[in-house]
Design a protein around this ligand. Sequence first.
Ligand code: SME
Length: 163
Amino acid sequence: MAEDLQIIVGNKADQYQSLIPQIKGLLEGEPDLIANLANVVAALKEQFGWFWVGFYLVKPSVADSSSELVLAPFQGPVACTRIKKGRGVCGSSWAEAKTIVVPDVEKFPGHIACSSLSKSEIVVPVIRNNEVVAVLDVDSDEYDQFDSTDQKYLEEIVNLIAF
Ligand code: SME
């Protein structure tokens, strides 16, 4: 059974290093993907207090035979439900299969504004068998909140999840 998350004060790396073993504990022995995604976003939101943190899963499109990103467990305000490949930061991270850090969302061509309060963003693709199966999207209501430390640890965290 899960216990209370231990929240620490400290620099970003310290916060991730405290959180990662706890996330491993939450995931251990639980095969259900939605339950695991839900606990990972809850743990991230609790430690960092970001404006929005959530997953989008690559799923069949309702409109045609292609795939699209569909909203999955998240914490924060209501958000766009479906994103096409190559669209916005999330769709670009999927298309390029790489993490994208956006210091100022207004300067990212094609950024999809689910909320006007979002100012900076990082999107991390989840890659399994050389294919992107999901993305983790984190938004801040302040500019320039994400860097290579977030990239390193968030990539490590998504790799802990069995898809
Ligand atoms: N801003 C994202 C859309 C998702 S929301 O921020 C939750 C994008 O441009 O892909």
